[in-house]
Design a protein around this ligand. Structure first.
Ligand SMILES: [Zn+2]
Length: 220
């Protein structure tokens, strides 16, 4: 993907976050990998008015920023994801209501429905609490993420990491939807969970057979 396309993709996701009401104000942030650096949204600027020239490029080795604004205060979190997961090309961080409710209760969002099980690879775990913007938060988040595609930050929000921006955004919506479903199911009396074995089967199907392309290539 050309550099301009990568930056346009970040802006596209920023607008979608607003449309889908996954963020309030300028909280939440988005980034995309570009070779040995990544582009991230600036700190405290409204998403609706962002242009590609407002994005900041950070070097993945040095963490040095290039751009006219300050990068999002969560740049360490994004950098940690790219450093620890070579497969990750896009990271989206939101403060959406239902996912954050689980983060405040410090309870994982269980893989209780098939779409979440497929796209995330199991329950969305909660990273131990750390102050926003710190190295400690980044370290905790990466550890709790493991090989999955989403993680909750205690008393804070959600981070989704994926091979494409579309996928990262979709995961944010899926986690929010599942968190809502599980809360509703609790109010109905009980939550039945999927078995580990079935989650693994669904994940395998999603990674290798889902979608219109022929089988045999990893899809997500
Ligand atoms: Zn945040």
């Amino acid at each position: 993907m050309a550099m301009n396309d990568i930056r346009e993709n970040v802006l596209w996701a920023a607008n979608r976050l607003c449309q889908d009401r996954l963020v309030v104000g300028t909280w939440g942030n988005i980034s995309a990998r570009d070779g040995n650096c990544f582009w991230i949204t600036p700190s405290g600027m409204p998403y609706e008015s962002l242009t590609v020239s407002d994005l900041i490029c950070l070097d993945l080795e040095s963490g040095k920023p290039r751009g006219r604004w300050k990068p999002s205060s969560e740049w360490r979190l994004h950098m940690a994801f790219y450093r620890h997961r070579p497969d990750v090309m896009a990271v989206v961080h939101t403060h959406s209501i239902y996912a954050t409710a689980f983060a405040v209760a410090r309870r994982p969002v269980p893989a209780a429905v098939e779409d979440l099980a497929q796209a995330v690879g199991g329950s969305v775990e909660v990273a131990p609490y750390a102050l926003p913007g710190t190295d400690e938060l980044a370290k905790n988040a990466v550890q709790a993420l493991g090989k999955k595609n989403a993680v909750l930050l205690a008393n804070h929000g959600l981070v989704a990491a994926a091979k494409t921006m579309e996928e990262a955004l979709k995961i944010c919506l899926l986690v929010e939807k599942t968190a809502k479903i599980v809360l509703l199911a609790h109010s109905l009396g009980s939550v039945s969970l999927l078995s580990r074995e079935d989650i693994e089967k669904m994940r395998h199907f999603y990674l290798w057979s889902y979608g219109p392309e022929k089988d045999g290539e990893e899809k997500a």
